[in-house]
Design a protein around this ligand. Structure first.
Ligand SMILES: *Cc1c(COP(=O)(O)O)cnc(C)c1O
Length: 219
């Protein structure tokens, strides 16, 4: 099937309140343009340099989401245009994003990445670290970032019970930390679900799915 057909097919299976991020990492601009022409406006990339090149070449009404692990020293390359950073996993990183956002006189929306998988390799905060960040005076003083939700990646497994358990855990944290809502803390987005598990994620309360291979093919 074509990229446009894949996109339309996926869109029919996603409820209206769930946002689709088309994960286009490693794919050429020509592939992204096919998705763009089919109406897609939100793209997810996991490398800042690659995302920036694509941003330079593509229409300016696209929202670019950084879904990968972010190195502090590279925030400056995307601060001008990035629309949402999914993988924020430290106060230090939030502070750097705040600093770079200030230079561009804007507020950058971020998701805090929570570690929910059983794999060693995945990044993210545990609950006590999440709690510590949200309640720190340093965080509360940041005026050019806004934490708008949480993000997580389930274990890469066929075991649906395991995946469901992890998504339900993330949803429970989301509900628990939704309040209080302040200027820079407005949790409305729960980013969970990829090609293999997005339907399960939606059942568990996801409001944003990040889908790559089911749209663009294997990498
Ligand atoms: C690559 C990636 C995705 C998309 O994965 P697919 O299985 O291709 O849909 C989603 N989220 C993150 C963080 C990724 O790195």
């Amino acid at each position: 099937m074509s990229i446009a057909a894949n996109l339309h097919q996926i869109q029919t299976t996603i409820p209206e309140n769930v946002t689709l991020v088309a994960v286009s990492k490693t794919k050429p601009v020509s592939d992204l343009m096919q998705a763009y022409q089919a109406g897609q406006r939100i793209f997810g990339e996991n490398k800042i340099q690659e995302m920036t090149k694509k941003w330079e070449q593509m229409p300016k009404d696209i929202q670019w989401h950084m879904i990968g692990h972010v190195q502090t020293n590279k925030v400056k390359y995307m601060a001008e245009y990035v629309s949402l950073i999914h993988g924020v996993d430290s106060l230090k990183l939030l502070q750097e994003i705040n600093k770079q956002a200030t230079k561009h006189n804007r507020i950058i929306d971020c998701l805090l990445q929570i570690y929910i998988a059983e794999e060693e390799s995945k990044f993210g905060l545990d609950e006590s670290e999440l709690n510590e960040i949200l309640n720190s005076t340093e965080y509360k003083s940041l005026q050019n970032i806004r934490v708008v939700g949480l993000m997580g990646m389930a274990t890469f497994t066929e075991n649906k019970t395991q995946i469901r358990k992890e998504f339900q855990y993330l949803k429970s944290l989301f509900d628990k930390y939704k309040q209080p809502s302040t200027n820079n803390r407005q949790l409305t987005i729960l980013s969970m679900g990829m090609s293999g598990d997005y339907q399960l994620a939606i059942e568990c309360g996801s409001t944003m799915v990040r889908i790559g291979s089911s749209i663009f093919g294997g990498r």
